[in-house]
Design a protein around this ligand. Sequence first.
Ligand code: APR
Length: 269
Amino acid sequence: MISTSGIPQDLVERLGHASSIVVFTGAGVSAESGVPTFRGQDGLWQKYNAEDLATWQAFERDPRLVWSWYDYRRQIISGVDPNPGHAAIAKMAAVFDNVTVVTQNVDGLHDRAGSKNIVELHGNIWRARCTRELTVFDFRECPLSENPPLCKECGSMLRPDVVWYGEPLPMDAYERSHEVACTCDAMLVVGTSAQVRPAATLPLVAKHNGAFVVEINTHYTPISALIDTTLIGGAGEILPELLDLISACSDDSEDASGTAGGVKEHSGV
Ligand code: APR
């Protein structure tokens, strides 16, 4: 049955029966806030060479250039707000028993939108790390007053606390994301080209472990044929609609069963 919004009713009901859900996001969830994505026609990698800006070798070669690129991105992000897609993800905590947001994004917009259980696979552009002491701390100076910024404790160069190409993911973040991918009832895969591993394997891990996996993207991706279904459209439009439909669905089942609580009453998919 096709719902009025074009989101299939059976998909809404499958999600509505989920107790634990993972929302796995990429740059596309922030696109409608005005944060550039990496790939696609206006993507950052169309204008810049990742090898020149997002590797340890690039930083060793020219830290000032790398920091100027992150300073540019920080200035863009400081001027935008979470969009309705981020807000809908944050509101899911009131609908499902367990919601984990596993994000590849470093922009901090899920946190600003009010999501709580966030796993940052690729770090956070608003943190810095001392290259000598390896201490990590909030670093929100924008624009930079000095380039490269130096550690106030030891005077060594700071680096952005993000994962560069060729670097391992933070072990705790990856282990946590893999654990929830293995155990969730459902996963929403939102705004990722699913091209960068190991993050891109998480939807397949979830599917392999029995989760109902739904992709939300403006385009099909390499994993579209490997998961349950893809909703084509903007995350900022689809996610609020989807959340409303799931909430209405749980209200209906609550009325029918006369039990207290909505989605939270169901267990398993
Ligand atoms: N709504 C939903 N999806 C969208 C939207 C939107 N409004 N706009 C774009 N998209 C989709 C694109 O179709 C694309 O599939 O978002 C995806 C963005 O893909 P990428 O730019 O490749 O971003 P991402 O998948 O997050 O990249 C993964 O690559 O360069 C590294 O570290 C970087 O974390 C990043 C990783």
